[in-house]
Design a protein around this ligand. Structure first.
Ligand code: NAP
Length: 277
């Protein structure tokens, strides 16, 4: 069994397959599958993420329609833009880059995205469908993690998965997805007591905290599967990975593990949305 859950490799392989599916779509639909990306304001990190998503579209032959709105945009203006994209049949998926400026009702804007175009898995309806085990586009980071586990045949059934973090885009959907795959799931967060004791019991650990190297390597038991969703400028994740490789079942490197799977899942789900439209 492979130890390194190589997201870079899986993403590259998937892109190769997607190129063919995009070619087929172009001839059958008569238009190029397009992901609309909405960037509100001037946050440089968000601008970089949107650019990376556009580049990934290009690599598989898809279009990206970049919508850039000023920092002063109101909820109503953003909603109107989303409604316009919802009704454009040549737009297969819509990505609203998070976070939006504070005057905007972000939840209302996410939920305005047509469920059939919610390729980033951000709507309440999409989350509900996913949690109920119905067809849905999953939130891209946890869905990318599930794809990685599936690719490497990592068993989840009956395993104790401990997810550290409960954000709407990561920890919470991650826990639901693992539950749907018959893991026994513990969700930890900032009010959790005795976090170390929970992690010590984990067969599968998912770090989604947002604090560099917060989860210590000596909290992780031998033969655990270690998934690190974190990524920090110092090129480390949320889990201290030193000494883990020799004694774990498998782990995601940082960088090159979870990160590449997130954008890849967005692109995959946009192609699926176009195929279903
Ligand atoms: P977030 O919204 O800030 O959520 C962090 C979660 O961690 C919260 O649920 C919080 O608990 C919990 N937490 C904070 N301090 C804690 C503590 N001391 N003990 C236990 N739990 C604690 O972050 P996020 O958006 O989910 O992102 C998490 C990490 O994933 C970040 O490193 C981010 O960079 C990374 N990420 C990566 C990708 C990717 O594409 N690779 C995408 C998204 C995020 P409360 O709910 O109680 O506050």
């Amino acid at each position: 069994m492979e130890k390194i859950l190589d997201g870079k490799k899986v993403a590259a392989e998937t892109e190769d397959l997607l190129k063919n599916r995009v070619e087929t779509l172009k001839s059958t639909k008569g238009y190029t599958p397009t992901l609309a990306t909405i960037l509100v304001g001037n946050d440089p990190a968000s601008a970089t993420y949107v650019k990376m998503k556009g580049n990934a579209c290009e690599r598989v032959g898809m279009n990206s329609l970049k919508v850039e709105l000023p920092e002063s945009t109101t909820t109503e203006e953003l909603l109107n833009k989303i409604f316009e994209l919802n009704s454009n049949p040549e737009i297969s998926g819509i990505l609203l880059q998070h976070p939006v400026p504070s005057q905007i009702n972000e939840r209302a804007c996410f939920d305005a995205i047509d469920i059939n175009k919610d390729v980033d898995g951000v709507t309440c309806l999409g989350f509900g469908n996913m949690a109920m085990g119905e067809e849905a586009y999953g939130s891209c980071t946890p869905q990318g993690i599930i794809r990685l586990l599936d690719y490497y045949d990592i068993e989840t059934e009956g395993k104790h998965a401990v997810v550290i973090g409960r954000s709407p885009i990561l920890g919470k959907p991650m826990a639901m997805m693992l539950l749907n795959k018959n893991a026994t799931v513990t969700i930890c967060h900032s009010r959790t007591k005795d976090l170390k004791d929970h992690v010590l019991n984990a067969d599968i650990v998912v770090g989604a905290v947002g604090i560099p190297r917060f989860i210590k390597s000596d909290w992780i038991k031998d033969d655990a599967v270690v998934i690190d969703a974190g990524y920090h400028p110092e090129k480390c994740g949320d889990i201290e990975l030193e000494g883990i490789a020799d004694r774990c079942q498998a782990f995601t490197p940082v960088p090159g593990g979870v990160g590449p799977m997130t954008i890849n899942t967005l692109i995959l789900q946009t192609v699926e949305a176009c195929e279903r439209s």
